[in-house]
Every structure is written in structure tokens, then in C-alpha cells.
Design a protein around this ligand. Structure first.
Ligand code: 5RP
Length: 213
């Protein structure tokens, strides 16, 4: 189902442009599919070291975001998605670079299997990337917001930071909570993608791929 959604996203690739590439198993299916049309694109911007390595193995050019004027489309998976195209991301820990590439892209196409579709975000623990010295402070602030923070043991992000996974949240107002958490000193970013939601959600299921806009 992930592979079907990833292959459906090829339709959103514009010839001669730079493509933003996400992180995770669904994004990996997309990278593999993109290899078949790599001659048609200008290059890619990757949201993680892991995705950059996979792209390079396929002989697909990976560009520095600072050298790129425009990204036509960003293709990435999600841990949870609503019909409003609000997402939780960061299960793979790449949320900050994912949010940067999504923000810098004209269009965001999210690819997922249908199990990721939920009514209310929050059953999947919300990843928050934190500067290491702020770990305890941010954890206490998250408790005040009603969450139960758990340190992702043995994990360091590509940016050298830690991840707190916040359990027990029912996210009724995703845009407000996204901004509120991002305002806590020491938070780099959190995994709610609502201020910049997806523009298209491709959901792979038993009966094919559904498109939500
Ligand atoms: C990585 C992510 C991924 O998009 C998310 O975890 C979904 O992963 P998968 O495609 O493996 O189900 O946000 O940081």
C-alpha cells in the first residue's frame, strides 16, 4: 500500500524541476520509483542523510537547499494524517529537515497507507526535537500541556539533537498546538504539520490509491 501510494506520486513530478524528498519507508519507495524517471528532473533536496544516501545510490543528484531557487513538490510520508491534511511526522526523527523542505516547496504531496488516516491526531506519540541541554525543561513544559514525554533512547538527529516523544495528547487544535510547542525555549520543532499542511494526500488501500485534497 505504501509502494502504491509512492508510485502514484510520480504523477506530481514536474519535468525540469527540483523535487523535495522525505524520509522513511514510504519515501524510500518513492526514491526507488523516481530512479526510473531521474533523467526528467533537475535534482533533489533530501530531508535526511539516509534519504540523500539512497538517492545517490540510484545516481540521482542531491542538491543543497541553499543553492536551489525553488522546489516544485515535496513528497513524504506521515505517521498520522487527517482529512484536513494535518499530519504528525517524525517517527524517523527527521522532522526538522522535513519541515524545512516542506516549507520551501510549492506543493506538498503526502504518501501513506490508509492505516495512517485518523480523526484526531495524537495517538501516535508526537516527536519533538530538542536542544540537548533543554531536555528536562522542555519535558516539564510538555507535562503542563497534558503530555507524557519519553526520551527516544540512543537516538541523535541529523542536527545533533534529541527527540522527546510525547504520549497521551489529543490534538484538537493542531495549528495552535504546533505554534505553542515551537515557542518553548529549547524546542527546535515539533512533528505537527498543520501550519504548513499537505496539499495532497495519497492513501494506498486495498482498493487502490485514494486522493484527498
Ligand atoms: C520520518 C517521517 C516519516 O514520514 C514517517 O515516520 C512515516 O514513516 P513510514 O513511511 O516509514 O511509515 O516523518 O521522520
Amino acid at each position: 500500500m505504501k509502494k502504491a501510494a509512492a508510485e502514484a506520486a510520480l504523477e506530481y513530478v514536474e519535468t525540469g524541476t527540483v523535487i523535495g524528498i522525505g524520509t522513511g519507508s514510504t519515501a524510500n519507495h518513492f526514491i526507488d520509483a523516481l530512479a526510473s524517471i531521474k533523467h526528467r528532473i533537475e535534482g533533489t533536496v533530501a530531508s535526511s542523510v539516509a534519504s540523500a544516501e539512497r538517492l545517490e545510490k540510484h545516481g540521482i543528484e542531491v542538491l543543497d537547499l541553499n543553492m536551489v531557487d525553488e522546489i516544485s513538490v515535496y513528497i513524504d510520508g506521515a505517521d498520522e494524517a487527517t482529512k484536513h491534511l494535518h499530519l504528525i511526522k517524525g517517527g524517523g526523527g527527521a522532522l526538522t529537515r522535513e519541515k524545512i523542505v516542506a516549507a520551501a516547496s510549492r506543493k506538498f504531496v503526502c504518501i501513506a497507507d490508509e492505516s495512517k488516516l485518523v480523526d484526531i491526531l495524537g495517538e501516535f506519540p508526537l516527536p519533538v526535537e530538542v536542544i540537548p541541554m533543554a531536555r528536562s525543561y522542555v519535558a516539564r513544559e510538555m507535562v503542563k500541556l497534558g503530555g507524557e514525554p519519553v526520551l527516544r533512547e540512543g537516538f541523535t538527529t541529523d542536527n545533533g539533537n534529541i527527540i522527546l516523544d510525547i504520549h497521551g495528547l489529543q490534538i484538537m487544535e493542531p495549528t495552535k498546538l504546533e505554534a505553542r510547542i515551537n515557542n518553548i525555549a529549547g524546542v527546535v520543532t515539533n512533528g505537527i504539520f498543520a501550519l504548513r499542511p499537505a496539499d495532497v494526500l495519497l492513501l494506498g488501500g486495498n482498493e487502490g490509491v485514494r486522493t484527498l485534497t
